[in-house]
Design a protein around this ligand. Structure first.
Ligand code: URP
Ligand code: ZN
Length: 457
């Protein structure tokens, strides 16, 4: 059988490590992996000196998000182009159940917003905000429709997102029975609201007080509570955007006793610490959970090396610099979140692999395979194996470049990683065998990404 495309003589990131090889692609899938120079096909890309990675899977992005009165710059069109430019071939975004509406309404609405616009493949987690008997009854249908992972917020009542423990426990039982996985934004709302009120009463409104009002204790308590509820309910648990050493210890203890518990951390927690919030542009770094200190940061790297963290995600929430500045006079009015879908690869490669913190297999888990396994995308996605989708990110590990506001796509007006001197920028992103981005230029068409119906456990 002749290949459609040969990726020749690259150093290929196979699950066990880098191997010089030719990759043969046919009909959007990996046909074979053969000796360097042995591949024959209709088109050949000479990748000498380059590293061929699996296409990235970023299982936590918020495109077309409205939150705290602000709207993200990225929608499903430009956001998925930014994802591809960053070497990602799959993202998982969120469908929101509005209070008083069904889960399925939320899922259908989000697919209408996304399907005709996406440039890379995508899936959806379901954000549940209103749990009642009718909602519990529709859980199996939502799982069957491909959204088997949910997100519940333990905070943000003002934004009508918070779910109390009782309904959360009910939902975990229904989801566990249907083969799904519960994900949590885990912070203790009572501790946080109390601290916010105290800071505001004392006139402490600077961005730094956002971080001080959301201490590691608030995260560790909520993760521990979530683990207890999920274990009792018989439901696998995933913790989104984890950034507290104590919370990670709780996850590791649960894993050690056999509980199905996973957690991700985010690129910004690995690259930045809370000092940036004292800068004049500190309001740009408001996110939840907040940035912390180097002790917590080192523990996140440790979790990746041990494998207790299954993924590094961007949690991309691209409010513009102007939108973030609107709340700058008081921390509790600043839209939470930072952009980063395009920054994940060079940051993870440079701070992880190049600096010796992660081996290639550890990097691959954080970059793609851990998310594929956790969220029902493997074996088609996440690793370079024969038969898998031909999704690749090709990097030149020897070229370095500065990250700047201009280096990422779209008019966001700032880059939280401005000034980082990084290697590992993608030179080629290939999605199901088609060259989607070459040297930063998008070559695809809107709507050619696919909605991925993910497998229940
Ligand atoms: O601050 C954050 N993380 N913003 C994005 C929304 C979320 O909570 O994931
Ligand atoms: Zn969250």
């Amino acid at each position: 059988m002749t290949a459609d495309l040969v990726l020749a003589r690259g150093r290929v990131a196979l699950p066990a490590g880098l191997v010089e090889a030719d990759l043969l692609v046919k009909d959007g899938r990996i046909l074979d992996i053969v000796d360097p120079g042995a591949g024959r096909g209709d088109a050949v890309e000479d990748l000498r000196g380059r590293v061929v990675l699996p296409g990235g899977i970023d299982p936590h992005v918020h495109f077309l998000i409205g939150f705290m009165g602000q709207r993200s710059v990225y929608d499903f069109g430009n956001g998925t182009v930014a994802a591809l430019r960053g070497g990602n071939t799959t993202v998982i975004d969120f469908a929101l159940q509005r209070r008083g509406r069904s889960l399925m309404d939320g899922l259908k609405h989000r697919r209408v917003q996304a399907d005709r616009h996406v440039a890379c493949d995508y899936g959806l987690h379901l954000i549940a905000t209103d749990v009642n008997a009718a909602v519990l009854a529709e859980v199996p249908a939502v799982v069957a429709a491909g959204a088997h992972s949910f997100k519940v917020y333990t905070v943000y009542e003002k934004e009508q997102l918070k779910v109390e423990d009782g309904p959360l426990h009910d939902l975990m039982r229904a989801l566990g029975a249907a083969g799904g996985i519960m994900g949590l934004h885990a912070e203790n709302a009572s501790l946080i609201d109390h601290a916010i009120a105290k800071h505001l009463a004392a006139g402490e409104t600077a961005p730094r007080f956002h971080a001080l009002s959301r201490p590691a204790l608030a995260e560790t308590e909520a993760v521990t509570r979530g683990l207890l509820l999920a274990e009792d309910a018989g439901c696998p648990l995933h913790i989104f955007h984890l950034n507290a050493a104590g919370a990670l210890a709780a996850i590791e203890a649960a894993q050690a006793r056999g509980q199905r518990a996973t957690a991700e951390t985010c690129t910004h927690y690995l690259a930045l610490t809370a000092e940036v919030m004292d800068r004049p542009d500190g309001h740009l770094f408001v996110m939840s959970p907040p940035l912390r200190d180097t002790v917590h940061q080192a523990r996140m790297w440790d979790g990746l090396a041990r494998g207790s963290l299954c993924a590094v995600t961007s949690d991309d929430a691209s409010y513009s610099a102007a939108a973030k500045a609107l709340g700058a006079e008081s921390f509790e009015r600043i839209a939470n979140g930072v952009p980063g879908v395009e920054a994940r690869l060079p940051l993870l490669w440079t701070l992880g692999v190049e600096s010796g913190r992660l081996t290639i297999p550890q990097f691959l888990r954080a970059w793609s395979s851990g998310a594929a396994e956790t969220f029902g995308l493997a074996p088609e996605k996440g690793s370079i194996v024969v038969g898998a989708d031909a999704d690749f990110a090709v990097i030149d590990p020897n070229s370095r470049r500065m990250m700047t506001t201009e280096s990422h796509y779209g008019a966001i007006g700032y880059n939280p990683f401005e000034g980082f001197d990084l290697a590992g920028w993608p030179v080629l992103t290939i999605r199901r065998g088609a060259i989607a981005v070459r040297d930063g230029a998008w070559l695809g068409r809107a709507g050619e990404g696919r909605f991925l119906t993910r497998r229940a456990h």
